[in-house]
Design a protein around this ligand. Structure first.
Ligand SMILES: Nc1ncnc2c1ncn2[C@@H]1O[C@H](COP(=O)(O)OP(=O)(O)OP(=O)(O)O)[C@@H](O)[C@H]1O
Ligand SMILES: [Mg+2]
Length: 241
């Protein structure tokens, strides 16, 4: 799917159908869901797409979730040499919440028109660690707000889409209701929210929870496969590819 002025194709056709072209370029999009729900694979698909288009990707990997093997699998399915793809990725690997903040501050200085995407996988991992050792919850939350504000500013000023992933937790007794780590800070900071779920039969569901110009609660179903993701027959109302 071609690139429009304000949307970046996600690297997944079924997701592009739901998002009417892809991720919006001037905002932060947050993808959240449980372990194994497909957050990283969606980041990799978009990374590849940007890389193929000739631009660079800044990939902030805060939990060592990036797998070269996985990139290799998806790249080869797209007929791409993963080494060339790797050459177009600039990795930042913060190991503390403070380092993460410094990475984002640094981003403001290094972004230019050659950068087509910024990925942060995952935003609240180091925040969670910081909350565990710092008693000043208010301070830690304020820092997280600042970090999101940096990313929002970068997206808006440079029209470089920022893709953030996040973890979830469930409230005791409310098994089906998930909460996003960092809660309202992330919800308000991201203009697009996508929730991923693992269905009982092992497919993945992606629900649009927030969007500026598309009706919310739209959803698609897909499977994770070696080459990335594919829409399933259950995705009613959407043309499948
Ligand atoms: N080659 C493959 N073929 C099919 N499925 C795969 C393949 N490689 C990984 N998967 C599946 O993809 C899922 C992991 O997806 P992904 O890494 O995107 O999840 P995640 O949401 O980022 O999880 P986490 O929170 O642990 O980082 C696992 O269920 C795994 O079985
Ligand atoms: Mg992951």
């Amino acid at each position: 799917m071609g690139e429009s002025d304000n949307k970046l194709p996600s690297g997944s056709r079924i997701l592009d159908v739901m998002l009417e072209g892809g991720y919006e370029k001037d905002i932060v999009t947050t993808i959240y869901g449980p372990a194994g729900s497909g957050k990283t694979v969606l980041c990799l698909l978009c990374t590849l797409n940007v890389s193929i288009s000739g631009k660079k990707v800044i990939y902030v990997d805060s939990e060592g979730g990036f797998s070269i093997e996985r990139l290799k699998q998806i790249s080869s399915h797209m007929g791409q040499d993963y080494k060339k793809v790797l050459d177009t990725i600039i990795f930042l690997m913060p190991t503390s919440f403070d380092e993460q903040k410094k990475s984002f501050e640094k981003l403001r200085g290094i972004v230019n028109e050659k950068i087509g995407l910024i990925v942060v996988d995952t935003i609240a991992m180091l925040y969670r660690l910081e909350l565990g050792k710092n008693e000043e919850v208010y301070e830690v939350n304020r820092e997280l707000s600042k970090q999101i504000a940096y990313l929002t500013e970068i997206a808006r000023k440079n029209l470089i889409p920022v893709l953030i992933t996040n973890q979830v937790y469930t409230d005791f007794g409310e098994k089906d209701k998930v909460n996003i780590v960092g809660g309202d800070i992330l919800k308000y900071g991201s203009k697009c929210l996508l929730e991923l779920q693992i269905t009982p039969n092992g497919n993945r569901r992606c629900i649009l929870r927030k969007h500026r110009s598309i009706a919310e609660e739209k959803e698609i179903l897909f499977k994770i496969v070696e080459g990335g993701v594919i829409g399933t027959k259950e995705s009613k109302g959407f043309k499948l590819f």
